[in-house]
Design a protein around this ligand. Structure first.
Ligand code: 5RP
Length: 236
């Protein structure tokens, strides 16, 4: 599967392939969203079809649900599963403490709920996602559409007191219209450049009325499987 891939796709593929080793027969598995997670879902689909792997998957987005069904994975809801053995998902950034920025693909809310409801979260990522300090990637926050411009102003005001290097907030767009998440919400992208105190920022942002959740995953990830363009894999 990996011979004709570009280096970046190869890195994502080898990380995903390696992470399938955490999956055991009978498990309930949270299935992440994004291009790296899509490789994982395809690899798991092959294992279901060729090796008789029996798992039930809880997708973190409508996109992932569709792909999982297409490749033959039994899909159940989180309410049916209640608790999961494992979630495997991608990330936009991870630091040395395995804290993450997620939500580049707009699925951070379901991703955080599903990862939190799992015994273990394994992140799969290409090596370019590794950072010393989080924040070069814009931090997505999910906000309800009602009064989103007021919520944006409150977020901007809150950022004044925070240990960050940039404070620009933009509404994520889908062409000429605002982007809508699977939950019918909007995304604000916070261009912070460097986040000094990620845990504090996460707590403070989630206090703002209108904010549903933010893309900082603090103390949620247990393992990061890092793929390289030459096919090497590291586990942290
Ligand atoms: C989606 C996410 C993705 O995991 C993140 O954006 C990484 O995506 P990709 O694997 O395509 O680089 O958080 O909400």
């Amino acid at each position: 599967m990996s011979s004709e891939l570009s280096p970046i796709d190869k890195a994502k593929f080898v990380a995903a392939k390696q992470a399938t080793q955490y999956v055991e027969d009978g498990m309930k598995v949270g299935l992440g969203t994004g291009s790296t997670a899509a490789w994982l879902v395809k690899c798991l689909g092959e294992m279901v079809e060729n090796d008789g792997l029996k798992i039930r998957g809880v997708p973190t987005s409508s996109r992932t649900a569709e792909l999982a069904r297409d490749v033959g994975i039994e899909v159940i809801s989180l309410d049916e599963a209640k608790w999961l053995d494992l979630t495997i998902d991608g990330a936009d950034e991870f630091d040395g403490n395995l804290n993450l920025i997620k939500g580049g693909g707009g699925a951070l809310l379901q991703e955080k709920i599903v990862a939190t409801a799992s015994d273990q979260m394994v992140v799969i990522a290409d090596a370019a996602k590794s950072v010393e300090t989080l924040g070069a990637f814009p931090l997505p926050i999910e906000v309800i559409p009602f009064g989103w411009q007021t919520t944006k102003m409150l977020v901007e005001e809150t950022l004044i007191g925070m240990d960050v290097l940039g404070r620009t907030v933009s509404l994520r767009m889908n062409g000429d219209a605002p982007y809508y998440t699977d939950e019918g919400n909007h995304i604000l992208d916070l261009h912070l450049n460097r986040i000094g105190h990620a845990r504090q920022l996460s707590l403070v942002i989630n206090q703002i009325p209108g904010v549903v959740e933010n893309g900082l995953f603090i103390d949620i990830c247990d393992v990061v499987v890092i793929g390289h363009g030459d096919g090497r894999v590291e586990v942290r």
